[in-house]
Design a binder for this molecule. Structure first.
Ligand code: CA
Length: 216
């Protein structure tokens, strides 16, 4: 799952990006509306977290222009007293909003909900042979026993499972699991794949040498 976070307050941007990465999302960031809109139009994100008050182009204008081209789920960050702002956001096609200062757990829950509502996932449970993945609870069970995975391992398993039966290229996995700064660490993916195999069985993820991975 890859997210775009558009926020101009550096402290909030850093801490929120960090918290989202710890949840297992790959996070791209932008500090103004022009850069944010550019990234939102260039890449396919699972969701965008968009601040309202932004330099160069405000959040509502970003949303309005984005909606001319794309349906990417958007959660807007709005000020406590800004009920007009929230209405404006929803009218411009925001999928949800949270009021600053917000509770991280609430933002994560709303994020999972908009991704579920608007994404390709129609069910929250995927069963592949002896492995069961619950994408709402973000848990994985092997023979009905919950297996602890790191956030990144979970993200890898979930992405391959949603695309099961298909070859997923290494570059696609990099794009979905890691953010721009990490994508140069080319053996990171192999480490995660190896760890998942140790936990869920060697045959759970198949390697298509030179091409990528798949779950059949
Ligand atoms: Ca702001």
């Amino acid at each position: 799952m890859r997210l775009l976070l558009i926020e101009d307050e550096p402290d909030l941007l850093d801490s929120l990006a960090q918290a989202l990465r710890e949840e297992g999302y790959a996070v791209d960031t932008a500090e103004d509306g022009i850069d944010g809109l550019d990234k939102a139009l260039t890449w396919d994100y699972n969701a965008i977290i968009l601040d309202g008050m932004l330099p160069r182009l405000d959040g509502w204008a970003v949303l309005e222009r984005l909606r001319l081209h794309k349906r990417t789920p958007v959660i807007m960050l709005t000020a406590r007293d800004g009920s007009r702002d929230r209405v404006r956001g929803l009218d411009h096609g925001a999928d949800d909003y949270v009021v600053k200062p917000f509770d991280l757990a609430e933002l994560f829950a709303r994020l999972r909900a908009v991704i579920r509502r608007t994404g390709t996932q129609t069910t929250t449970r995927l069963t592949i042979d002896r492995v069961e993945i619950d994408t709402a609870a973000r848990t994985v069970r092997l023979d009905h026993q919950e297996i602890p995975l790191t956030a990144r391992e979970y993200a890898l398993v979930e992405y391959l499972a949603i695309h099961r039966g298909r070859l997923v290229t290494r570059s696609t996995l990099y794009e979905h699991l890691f953010d721009e700064n990490e994508s140069t660490l080319s053996n990171l993916l192999d480490v995660h794949v190896s760890n998942v195999r140790k936990k869920l069985g060697h045959d759970f993820i198949q390697t298509r040498r030179g091409h990528g991975y798949s779950i059949v």
